[in-house]
Design a protein around this ligand. Structure first.
Ligand code: ADP
Length: 484
């Protein structure tokens, strides 16, 4: 079985969040299972190519975009045993600086261009590919663009699986993008509902919606999120589309790269440790980090960490903002470290908050892989109070490092953290419930033996990709049987 995965980030070449982690580890795990996997990415010149050797091939694809003939050249690298195709175009791809979400027309143009390039590359290789897995809204146009070139009825063509990593991000464009894409016979195709560009009837093209409509099968990144997104609270106005397609929608939990995230071999942390040495190891990492950041060094007080994109819609920033001034006064005298980048208003807000509580709160507005590792290793507790969370990797990484997660019980957080057993969960999205939940965590923290048992238990939970990669393999086989 030959599978192509199309995405826009892959650790260690480029990572902004969980998607980069997933593409950095799932394909490699599938290769281990014997699946022939290739990854296709945009070639950003800012990528970190220090650990790979770049090969320029003679291959190229050409197409019209924005009224001009564009050439896309093909480069190749191998990442963790996975063959990766990098599509290069100086004008629309190479110098683009990818951010978590810009929400503007140049961003949509960029991904539409990449999707067009991918579709042209797929047309050339279609005979050799069984299935294409498309990751997130950035590449939602690919099935449409591919079928524009290759009639759906034609035999031996790849099937498309569209994976939703976050339904909160769409990629909206005005309809002029259709002209820019250089596609001629749009009208002819428009009696097929999956080829309706203005699918909401609001004169907006929605890249995410295109993926949901036009792929053969849909998946998302946890079983609970697969159910939630069919309900009004979480469906982002796409309930009817998702409900109609529910027999072709599954949730498969993400895993983490247990080699990269391994406290016993991690070269980014001050002192490595295992389940047996976590007490001393964590104390040493904690001491060092508190000292380095100028926080009060009190080993017996709980250290709470937060690592994540500062997205006010998703990551529970309002709760953190209200929660911190209250919890910081707790008799346990906790310290709190936040590492994140995102919404500038929230960046400023947290910096100011830290100014008011210098001894106990530290805020780092940065994307810093090393510091992230150090926070997981030093923290007693990791806070993940997301309003919604498709899967979430932070809680899984936290557990691997013996940091106990406090989570809002939604999406993948609900699927991975069991209240009282492997962390602390609150049901209702409210600051009151978050405070109560944290108080429960603090009272457990005081009972040293109970806490140590909890830490040992969470460090033993298996979040490796082994089970989930097998599920993807079975899903691919299921789709190919279904669509034969
Ligand atoms: P999302 O995909 O919504 O960003 P996830 O929990 O799935 O959230 O994954 C987040 C990943 O990105 C984790 O590996 C986390 O450690 C990392 N991360 C997020 N923000 C930062 C940051 N500012 N610096 C370093 N790593 C970060």
């Amino acid at each position: 079985m030959k599978v192509v995965q199309v995405a826009t980030e892959m650790y260690p070449l480029l990572k902004l969040g969980g998607l980069g982690d997933v593409i950095g580890s799932l394909p490699a795990e599938l290769v281990k299972l014997g699946v022939n996997v290739q990854v296709v990415l945009p070639f950003y010149y800012s990528m970190d190519l220090s650990s790979v050797s770049l090969v320029k091939t003679n291959e190229k694809v050409e197409f019209q975009f924005d009224g001009e003939l564009q050439t896309v050249r093909v480069f190749k690298v191998v990442v963790n045993g996975v063959s990766v195709v990098l599509l290069d175009n100086g004008k629309f791809i190479g110098n683009y600086i990818k951010v978590a979400f810009a929400g503007d027309q140049p961003e949509v143009n960029h991904y539409a261009f990449f999707s067009r390039a991918v579709s042209m590359w797929l047309v050339k290789h279609a005979q050799d590919i069984d299935l294409v897995q498309l990751h997130d809204w950035h590449v939602g146009l690919v099935p449409w663009l591919f079928h524009h070139q290759v009639a759906k009825a034609q035999r031996n063509q790849p099937k498309f699986l569209f994976t939703i990593h976050n339904l909160g991000y769409h990629g909206f464009s005005d309809l002029s993008l259709v002209d820019r894409l250089g596609i001629s016979n749009v009208k002819k195709l428009s009696d097929d509902p999956s080829f309706d560009f203005d699918a909401r009837g609001d004169h907006q093209l929605d890249l995410l919606l295109q993926g949901l409509l036009s792929a053969d099968f849909l998946s998302t990144v946890s079983p609970t999120y697969a159910e939630e997104i069919q309900r009004p609270e979480y469906c982002e106005g796409l309930c009817s589309v998702l409900q109609k397609r529910s027999s072709r929608l599954v949730g498969i939990l993400n895993g983490i790269d247990t080699q990269d995230w391994n406290p016993s071999t991690d070269t980014k942390i001050v002192q490595t440790y295992t389940r047996n040495t976590v007490k001393e190891g964590k104390a040493s990492n904690k001491r060092q980090l508190l000292d380095q950041l100028g926080l009060e060094v009190n080993e017996s007080a709980p250290l709470i960490g937060f690592v994540g994109r500062l997205d006010p819609k998703q990551k529970g920033l309002q709760l953190i903002d209200e929660f911190l001034p209250v919890i910081i006064g707790h008799q346990a005298r906790p310290t709190f470290i936040l590492l994140g980048v995102g919404d500038p208003v929230w960046e400023d807000n947290f910096v100011q908050l830290a100014e008011s509580y210098r001894d106990q709160i530290n805020v780092q507005i940065a994307y810093d892989e090393r510091l992230a590792h150090q926070i997981y290793a030093a923290s007693d507790i990791m806070l993940i109070p997301s309003a919604y969370e498709p899967c979430g990797l932070v809680q899984m990484i936290a557990m691997r490092y013996g940091a106990i997660p406090i989570v809002h019980a939604v999406g993948g957080l609900k699927d991975t953290v069991k209240d009282g057993e492997t962390g602390f969960c609150f049901e209702k999205y409210s600051v009151r419930e978050l405070i109560d939940c944290t108080n429960r965590a603090f009272s457990c923290y005081r009972k040293k033996q109970e806490w140590n048992n909890l830490v040992a238990r969470v460090m033993g939970v298996d979040f490796s990709w082994t089970t989930s990669a097998k599920k993807y393999q079975e899903l691919y086989e299921h789709i190919l049987r279904l669509m034969r």
